[in-house]
Design a protein around this ligand. Structure first.
Ligand code: SF4
Ligand code: SF4
Length: 355
């Protein structure tokens, strides 16, 4: 597979990466088989995180015997020294490796969080010490928020930036990517399929593959998915006129109701995690149902059900989304799904208790 240079890390990695969220939904055997197939197809960039439950362990099993030729990236959501130390130790152990190629600060969503990462003797210092000790080779950061991502890139303290990038959420192409190039910071595209909202992989990846220095990391759940994407990479990648037209149509159709998770709509006086609620369907696609329904999303939905309809958030949303209406739709959808799920669990319980 084609390789590209990942910014100032100087490392050459596969032009297509592997996103380790969906393998949590699989059995261990299936998950290991999916990762192994990715490696066979030439994927060398593997992305996971401390927060993705079984993902690190499963990747660790799949890479045994081939670790040296791979680039393993993981993340910590901890924002204090002790938390990062504990996460790093656990990641090394779960992955079964002596070092991590890229250690990233996960989901740095606002300036307060960025300051916490940069605190003297804090999280970044821990990663830098680990780098000196050879436990970490490179340090990166991930964010959904443009201003935070830009500041992180400009700080020259991180070797990579991971940011949402697809043909619907494409602000990165105009703003962040040129800045990352200027600072020689490697660019990793999260959500290449808009968190599962885009079904047309050909268009989504042809769009991203036109950027020679961007590594998309689609979450892979099935062997057929990675085979399809590698097929797109290996064939002529220029969009046909029909595909360009379809991309524009999808932009028109999805754009006006697509939450970019930028959080400019905050703060909400009712403390509704607006972006989380609006994108909860994409979490539902990626997480095992028992995890989805027991997660923080339920609390967000309950809060959204109490939206006062003050409209403050709508005035702040740069995409002019009809947030109030969209929240109400999400609440309705979530509650119907939850009812269905509870019924299923109850029927399984009843079957088990039958003699
Ligand atoms: S309209 Fe609802 S979601 Fe928006 S700020 Fe007001 S309470 Fe929060
Ligand atoms: S609702 Fe608008 S402002 Fe809020 S996160 Fe989504 S896109 Fe951003």
């Amino acid at each position: 597979m084609e390789k590209l240079r990942l910014g100032r890390t100087g490392m050459m990695v596969s032009k297509l990466g592997f996103g380790g969220i969906p393998i949590q939904r699989l059995s261990e055997k299936e998950a290991v088989a999916v990762v192994k197939r990715c490696l066979e197809l030439g994927v060398t960039y593997l992305d996971t995180a401390n927060g993705y439950t079984t993902s690190e362990e499963r990747i660790g099993q799949a890479v045994k015997g081939q670790r040296e030729k791979l680039f393993i990236a993981t993340k910590t959501g901890a924002r204090n020294r002790e938390g990062v130390q504990a996460h790093l130790k656990l990641s090394l152990q779960r992955l079964g490796v002596d070092y991590i190629d890229l250690y990233q600060f996960h989901g740095v969503s606002d300036f307060k969080n960025l300051d916490m990462v940069l605190e003297p003797d804090g999280p970044l210092a821990v990663a830098q010490e680990a780098k000196k000790a050879g436990l970490v080779r490179h340090i990166g950061i991930t964010s959904h928020q443009m201003d935070v991502a830009k500041k992180a890139v400009q700080s020259d303290l991180f070797e990579t930036i991971m940011f949402p990038f697809n043909f619907i959420t494409h602000e990165a192409a105009e703003e962040l990517l040129p800045l990352a190039r200027k600072h020689d910071v490697g660019f990793i595209a999260m959500k290449p399929l808009a968190g599962g909202m885009l079904d047309n992989a050909t268009i989504a990846f042809k769009y991203l593959f036109q950027f020679p220095d961007v590594v998309p990391i689609p979450g892979i759940e099935k062997i057929s998915e990675i085979e399809e994407i590698v097929g797109i990479l290996e064939k002529p990648r220029e969009m046909t006129t029909a595909e360009s037209r379809e991309m524009e149509r999808l932009r028109q159709e999805l754009g006006p109701r697509f939450c970019h998770r930028c959080d400019y709509c905050q703060p909400c006086t009712a403390e509704i995690p607006i972006s989380t609620v609006l994108t909860s369907r994409s979490f539902a696609k990626r997480l095992p149902p028992e995890r989805f329904f027991s997660s923080f999303i339920g609390t967000g939905i309950d809060r959204a059900a109490n939206c006062s309809e003050c409209g403050d958030c709508e005035t702040r949303c740069p995409y002019h989304l009809p947030i109030i209406e969209m929240l109400a739709e999400q609440v309705k959808w979530y509650r119907a799904e939850k009812k269905r799920y509870d019924k299923l669990v109850a029927s399984r319980g009843a079957n088990k208790s039958q003699p």
